[in-house]
Write a new protein. Structure first.
Length: 264
């Protein structure tokens, strides 16, 4: 199975950690963020990984050991990484979205079980991993406030549950079923639908508003997901209880050091 990882940004909030390497290559628990991800994805049957790279992309390399040592790593360039955001970065890999794929942010580490579960969630066009224990991760997290959490609203239960809205400051904590962690599965149909959304949006220009973003070039993946939901594309939640971390700041890095080895 294929996975696409968007890893074009620098990660300035990690300070000196990213002066010479991109965010995904920062080490946590003795292994780079990317290599933890590749290990988890390999456990889910991923054997073809496309990395959208930008800042210091030449430093991104596959692991020489561990579960992901044999994973195929391919690259797509985002030459505008300094001025665009996640959705635009993903669409540089538009030709890779014609078949089913897993998607991941490049600054998260997660349990292999989460990867296995989302890979198996093939009944819905899109499956989003949503953490029900999201509040726990924000206890003592001073440099990354709750307002930056991509909270998800879920309606229905069981097989009929659907994510109806997701994103930063779009869903209240009271209405949230959890936080979208940045790990997802797209069917080929959903990938095509997202490409169509992007193509239609670009007709108005990259500096036109899109979703909750001030401009299309600065749109998040969640803006694209909400556009899919508005078109009737089903977004199914894969509900989890912790066992992942976002590494956005030096504080996050220190906190992740204490737990990553336990469940990875």
């Amino acid at each position: 199975m294929k996975a696409i990882i968007v890893a074009a940004g620098r990660g300035k909030r990690l300070g000196p950690e990213t002066e010479a390497i991109p965010k995904c290559m920062v080490k946590v628990g003795g292994r780079s963020i990317l290599h933890w991800q590749l290990d988890a994805l390999a456990a889910a049957g991923v054997d073809d990984v496309v990395v959208v790279r930008g800042y210091r992309g030449d430093c991104i390399a596959a692991p020489a050991d561990g579960p992901a040592a044999g994973v195929r790593l391919r690259f797509v360039e985002n030459p505008e990484w300094a001025s665009n955001n996640i959705l635009a970065s993903l669409l540089y890999a538009a030709t890779e979205m014609a078949s089913d794929f897993l998607f991941s942010y490049s600054d998260i580490v997660f349990s292999p079980e989460h990867a296995r579960r989302v890979a198996a969630a093939a009944a819905s066009p899109v499956a989003l991993v949503v953490d029900r224990l999201w509040r726990d991760a924000y206890e003592g997290r001073l440099l990354h406030p709750v307002s930056e959490a991509e909270l998800a609203r879920v309606e229905g239960t069981g097989e009929t549950a659907r994510v109806t809205r997701v994103g930063k400051r779009l869903v209240t904590a009271e209405d949230a079923a959890g936080e979208f962690i940045g790990l997802a599965r797209f069917s080929a149909t959903a990938g095509t639908a997202l490409r169509d959304v992007w193509h239609e949006a670009t007709a108005a220009g990259l500096d036109a508003p899109f979703g909750a973003a001030a401009t299309l070039r600065q749109a998040y993946l969640s803006d694209g997901l909400n556009a899919l939901a508005a078109r009737g594309v089903a977004l199914a939640p894969v509900l989890i209880d912790g066992r992942w971390r976002e590494i956005d700041t030096e504080e996050d890095l220190a906190r992740a050091e204490r737990v990553v080895g336990i469940w990875s």
